[in-house]
Design a protein around this ligand. Structure first.
Ligand SMILES: [Zn+2]
Length: 218
């Protein structure tokens, strides 16, 4: 989804970031072992994403939600770049959190705070006083808002999957849940996953979505 906007992957040819395996900077264990390294990794990502703009795919989904209302269009993303919000989508469920927020390192229920540049090394939770970590779902952690997503899938009429690999659960199972609810299931992916969909559009999101959403605009 965000690839055509130029979001850097932060992996070099060896799958490494500055010589570190990605799991050395994106796990809870990494955070408690070396917070400075993890903060630096996310600081670099924020700086690199700061000036990235949404592409026509993001704009199309935001327009669809504006047109039909957030009550009827649920946007769920695995991306942490905030580009759907930048395209002015009003309500986005961020399964994997956001690059642009920090949360308490001990209690997921404590208040988040926004972060836009490098993270303050001394930012602490306003409720309990411990350090703040990136509000990002790391390897080994459960995606967020699964109850809300399951509820939306249970009353879904049209399910559009955009560019996911289709192999990582729980997201890979969404199409099965949507189909069980009787939804028409559409996959937008230049490299289709092979899962069962009623319709497959083998194009990038920035090409396919502006046309696809026209069907549903009122
Ligand atoms: Zn706290």
């Amino acid at each position: 989804m965000s690839k055509p906007s130029g979001i850097p992957t932060f992996r070099d040819a060896d799958g490494l970031w500055e010589g570190h395996d990605i799991t050395e900077v994106a796990t809870p264990e990494a955070w408690f072992r070396d917070r400075e390294l993890v903060r630096t990794f996310y600081d670099h990502r924020r700086v690199a994403c700061a000036n990235v703009l949404p592409n026509p795919g993001h704009d199309a989904l935001a327009a669809l939600q504006h047109n039909l209302g957030a009550k009827h269009v649920t946007l769920v993303t695995q991306n942490i770049d905030g580009l759907l919000q930048k395209a002015s989508a009003e309500d986005v469920i961020e399964m994997h959190g956001s690059l642009w927020r920090l949360k308490c390192e001990h209690d997921d229920g404590h208040p988040r705070v926004g972060v836009y540049g490098p993270q303050s090394r001394t930012a602490v939770c306003s409720t309990c006083g411990v350090l703040m970590r990136p509000d990002v779902v790391w390897f080994g952690e459960m995606p967020s808002h699964m109850d809300r997503i399951a509820q939306a899938l249970s009353r879904c009429e049209v399910f559009i999957s955009v560019g996911t690999s289709g192999v990582v659960y729980p997201a890979a199972g969404f199409v099965e849940l949507a189909r069980a609810s009787g939804a028409r299931c559409i996959e937008v992916n230049p490299a289709p996953t092979g899962a069962f969909f009623d319709e497959q559009i083998c194009e990038g999101a920035e090409v396919a979505l502006p046309t696809l959403v026209q069907r549903y605009l009122e």
